[in-house]
Design a binder for this molecule. Structure first.
Ligand SMILES: [Zn+2]
Length: 299
């Protein structure tokens, strides 16, 4: 697995050489950006591998220079993880991040009841427990196999048939409640994983953005998790296809748990042409109906 930091910002074209020079001082190669016809500004999109030679200390020094000396006031950051072919082949589990590069793969909650309580007094993250069936407008599922509703995954009838045929294990299905136009509404089910995985390996990797304050003491807000790392030994008796992790993640407001699916599940999704074999949300092949499943790393 390689970790890559993407940085993007605008600046006046007159400062191009100075920007490039500061990056070059740290052996980071930066392309000379062209100026658009209607503006004197240029956009820099710079990607660097995070490793021993380039780390947070390097990045912070560069940012300080950009902000203080060159008055660049907004730097966008993105951390991506690039897993190898072997990691995709050998991973027994995958974290599902998306079932389509399209807004229509993400449905809104239309009034599910939750019990809410504060999870962290410091950053204000909230934990919520679901008290009622999921309420959504099922007419928006259309011909999709699976859609996302916040932290939850909802499958259509045709996906349920496939999951039964494939003999997948380790989940219950709760019928959702339809709210919206009758026309096009359909029966759909929330996937309820039955089993929770052991804790991540002590070799799990964590990152944060150098433009933000350090992570909250709860260890969740402002922490960017790498691919889930598990000790091989801990997963050897695994016999389900769907799991929740022991650890929380968050969506900015609520803590939640991401759902993991087996390699068998991912292989069948690809074999049955439900999704292409997409490797991350930056993959050029990632289309409106493709699924992004990130492998776990065994250590
Ligand atoms: Zn917190």
């Amino acid at each position: 697995m390689k970790t890559e930091l993407g940085m993007s910002f605008f600046t006046d074209s007159k400062l191009r050489s100075e920007v490039i020079k500061i990056f070059n001082n740290y052996n980071i190669f930066v392309e000379f950006p062209e100026v658009g016809s209607r503006t004197s500004e240029v956009t820099f999109n710079i990607k660097v591998p995070l490793d021993k030679s380039i780390n947070y200390d390097t990045v912070k020094v560069i940012y300080e220079y950009l902000e203080k000396q060159l008055k660049i006031d907004f730097i966008g950051e993105k951390i991506s993880f690039i897993c190898s072919d072997d990691e995709y082949r050998e991973s027994p589990l995958f974290v599902l991040d998306s079932t389509g590069n399209s807004q229509s793969a993400f449905l809104e909650d239309k009034g599910t009841k939750f019990h809410k309580e504060t999870f962290c007094e410091v950053c204000g993250l909230i934990q919520r427990d679901q008290l009622s069936p999921l309420v959504i407008d099922t007419s928006k599922i259309k011909d999709r196999y699976m859609v996302n509703v916040g932290p939850f995954w909802v499958v259509s009838e045709k996906m349920v048939d496939l999951m039964n045929k494939w003999n997948l294990k380790g989940y219950d299905l709760n019928p959702v409640v339809h709210k919206g136009p009758e026309s096009g509404s359909q029966q759909a089910y929330q996937i309820i994983p039955k089993h929770t995985l052991p804790n991540w390996s002590s070799q799990m990797v964590y990152f944060y953005f150098a433009t933000e304050p350090e992570p909250c003491i709860c260890g969740i807000k402002r922490t960017r998790y790498g691919p889930f790392h598990y000790d091989k030994e801990d997963l050897k008796d695994m016999d389900s296809d769907i799991y929740l992790p022991a650890e929380w993640t968050h969506d900015g407001r609520y803590v939640y748990k991401k759902t993991l699916f087996s390699k068998k599940f991912r292989d069948l999704i690809i074999e049955n042409k439900i999704s292409k074999d997409v490797r991350g949300s930056d993959d050029e092949k990632y289309g409106s109906k493709d699924w992004v499943l990130e492998p776990v790393i065994l250590v």
